[in-house]
Design a protein around this ligand. Structure first.
Ligand code: CS2
Ligand code: MG
Length: 430
């Protein structure tokens, strides 16, 4: 007798009766899992991996959905272990996004069945709201200052700063009218936050020059501090582009400008490299948006090599797994700093907010606003007020999915850019 058959004795068991993989593109591509139960209650999970969306859709549709039908919808931990250990091929962005979607949908269902907003099942509120940061950027200082002011006017109390680099035509994180409409087909205002994925059949190739960037970045933060004063929390994303010693230099040179954090300062496959950075600078470090499991963090936590965990629910195996990562981080006084770009869908953002409002070691939440088309389809009930995000009081995650809108916005191939050194065309980290 299988475990499932053994467990089938519970008459009031609520089982999974259907699971749909919904691929759509309202403003940008998303993969959403909708799980339906014998109680008629459904749950949603985000499985979007930017530029590789169809791989996760297939992993779910062809491999996981058949395993879910008939399972106990309440057995979230057992299902997580079943999908993680049972895969044999563990970890990695595609597997962990697929597991995350199932996990998140089951937590949505459990909270709806309990008639509570999900955060109540995660321990209840630990704060009034989740401090959020927005993306200010500009090709030059005047454009950047305008963007900072625009975000302050929207109520943001913490701002990420990204700028152009003299000599480089386009740089990560800089919204410019040239790509304003790439992700937004609602014809909204010209400055739509930087949407990295471009609708195209091939990745766009960008040029990079680390020495030009290292000469420029400290000057930018000096100017921003002179313009906006010492209090405003400022964040910066080096987006995986520096060697450990270059990262150490940047961290040190930015110390006078008191950054909230310096993010992804060096590619973190070899986590030990962060020791080199830590040796030279006290600038707080945030890493992890491309990590997928708790094991990616072990050395970083135990050696106190970072200060903020960037993993989102969508890419780290769901609420079950990310809560475990935060509990582990709390032992080292490391805080959450969840990844919240537009390629994490409103389902993924809502899940992050329910977790963020409950955990003891909340730090900050990235909030790159989704396009109008995206919000029309997912109808999120979370709210942004006075710089704080609130998950809301709806039962479950408080997120919907409009099938008509989904059908009206079919998937379109899109890729993240790749990076080549300006000097000699060598491939570099984007
Ligand atoms: C970035 C992202 O928001 C961030 O911190 O690193 O914009 C990232 O480039 C995209 O999510 C990649 O899909
Ligand atoms: Mg980042």
């Amino acid at each position: 007798m299988t475990y499932a058959e053994d467990m089938a004795y519970a008459e009031d068991r609520i089982t999974i009766t259907a699971a749909e993989v919904l691929v759509s593109s309202p403003g940008r591509n998303f993969v959403t899992l909708r799980v339906t139960t014998s109680a008629g209650v459904t749950g949603l999970g985000d499985a979007t991996v930017n530029g590789r969306e169809l791989a996760v859709a297939s992993y779910l549709r062809d491999h996981l959905v058949p395993l879910l039908i008939g399972r106990d919808a309440h057995a979230i931990e057992d299902t997580w272990q079943y999908l993680y250990r049972g895969a044999y091929w563990r970890r990695g962005p595609i597997t962990m996004a697929a597991i995350a979607a199932v996990d998140t949908a089951l937590w949505d269902i459990k909270a709806k069945l309990a008639g509570m907003p999900l955060y109540q099942l995660l321990g209840g509120r630990s704060r009034r709201g989740c401090l959020a940061y927005g993306h200010a950027s500009g090709a030059d200082l005047p454009e950047l200052f305008d963007s900072v002011r625009a975000h302050l006017d929207q109520g943001y109390r913490a701002i990420r700063i990204q700028t152009g680099v003299p000599g480089l035509s386009s740089v990560y994180g800089v919204a410019s009218s040239s790509n304003a409409h790439v992700g937004d087909d609602t014809g909204a205002t010209s400055r739509y936050d930087h949407e990295p994925a471009r609708r195209s059949t091939m990745p766009v190739e960008e040029e990079w020059d680390t020495r030009a960037y290292l000469r420029h970045a400290p000057r930018v933060f000096e100017a921003v501090r002179n313009e906006f004063g010492p209090e405003l929390p400022l964040l910066h994303d080096a987006h995986h582009r520096l060697t450990p010693i270059q990262a150490a230099r940047l961290g040190k040179e930015l110390e006078p400008y008191d950054l909230f954090w310096l993010e992804d300062v060096t590619p973190a496959e070899n986590t030990a490299m962060l020791r080199r950075v830590r040796e030279h600078t006290t600038t707080p470090l945030a890493i992890g948006e491309v990590f997928n499991t708790i094991w990616d963090y072990r050395e970083l936590f135990e050696e106190q090599l970072i200060d903020y965990v960037r993993s989102p629910v969508t890419h780290a195996g769901g609420i079950t797994a990310l809560r475990r990562i935060f509990d582990y981080a709390a032992v080292y006084q490391i805080k959450s700093g969840v990844h919240g770009p537009t390629d994490v869908s409103p389902v993924g953002l809502a899940a992050a907010l329910h977790l963020g409002i409950a955990i003891p070691n909340f730090g900050i939440q990235e909030y790159m606003k989704h396009s109008a088309a995206t919000d029309e389809m997912f109808r999120p009930t979370y709210r942004f007020t006075d710089g704080l995000l609130d998950p809301g009081e709806e039962p479950g995650l408080g997120i919907g999915y409009d099938d008509e809108a989904g059908a009206a916005h079919p998937y379109e191939p899109a890729y993240l850019p790749v990076n080549r050194l300006k000097l000699d065309g060598s491939m570099h980290d984007w």
